[in-house]
Design a protein around this ligand. Sequence first.
Ligand SMILES: Cc1ncc(COP(=O)(O)O)c(C=O)c1O
Length: 430
Amino acid sequence: MSDLYDRDRRANAGLQKLRFFPQAVVGGKGSRLRTDDGRWLLDLSASWGAVSLGHGHPALVSAVTAAVADPAGASVLSSATSPATVLAERLLALWPGAADRRVWLGHSGSDAMEAAVRAARRATGRQGIIAFSGAYHGCTTGTIAVSGHQSLGGDRAAGLIQIPFPDASRDEDGAAILADLSRRLDATPDSVAACLIEPIQADGGMVVPPAGFLSALAALCRRHGILVIADEVKVGLCRTGATHAHTAEGFTPDILVLGKGLGGGLPLSAVIGPAAVMDGATAFAMQTLHGNPVCAAAGLAVLEVMAHDRLDRQAAERGDQLKAALSRLKTRHPIITSVRGRGLALGVELALGPDRRPAAAETARLVWRAHELGLVVYYVGTGSNVLELTPPLTLSGAEAEEAAAILGQAFNDLAAGRIPDDAAAGFAGW
Ligand SMILES: Cc1ncc(COP(=O)(O)O)c(C=O)c1O
């Protein structure tokens, strides 16, 4: 274990750690991270999808440097500022449509999802929320209360309706889920404020829903006056190969929530929704540094690079390439039971037997070995058995091949029994 990792263990709180192997980094460039012992790791996580442009992108460096040097204050609470206003205008332009919308800026997916849920409850005068089991919407008290991920303890909200997220890779069509929900809503009319939808359920296992399911769910919600909130914190903004992930699922949410990749690695999130909801009150959902010029400038730089370099197309092409390479691995390794996702939001499921029992222990050892071989990849899933690939959207073709080759080596080592049984002991993951 490196000196830095050991010092971190003694200084930084375990409460905020989700560790899979003894990673200790001191710098980064593009798709790579530099470790404290001088190795370069190929980063297939991009800090859980946040580092959308890769590490140290020049556009981000110069935008942030300029914003720190000549700051328009530090907050949007009591002053209009240029970076926050331009960013909001750009975000509105990125989501065309007739609706009169407003933008709320925050620091994280958690604060944005919490603000969206509170605003929806306020606007509708209803308390109920529909959310999916397996869904991770954040780690604040308010978002834990509407999440369904096994890693989150804490109380669930009164009036929470949790429904299963159907999995296209298991040929589930979700019809029974919709029928049950419809009966329930008919029985308790006017009680539900919002329905929280991830277009791909990321932390639940990069689960892709069957075609038409989410659009049917959105239509059902509309009939009951329920606001549809798309949580695109992880898979939004070009990652799936389109500007917004919901377009592939054929529905338009009332409220769109963005985070992670929007800041390119800086703390930034956004809620975009109808003016009637977003202007419904003042001083209602605010934190001192919301809309601060440094993070807003970072967001603007990210959006500019995304548009200029067509990172939507790049994510689609690179994703196809990576998915094809992973599908070839699947033919050689029966433990890989599903390769799924869209663009550069990909999942590789590891399971055993005809009933696809989650291979959690094998997954933990595999990511540990991949790290030893020079690759950063973590796992997600309600069974802790799905590799999550959310690399920088700037990943090159050569890097995609290199990543697949390292993963191939790790799977060979797993199959040949070359990874010690206790390799990942002490790294709990989730
Ligand atoms: C879909 C989704 N929503 C919300 C969040 C919370 O975002 P943050 O960790 O930035 O608070 C996450 C984090 O993983 C997420 O994946």
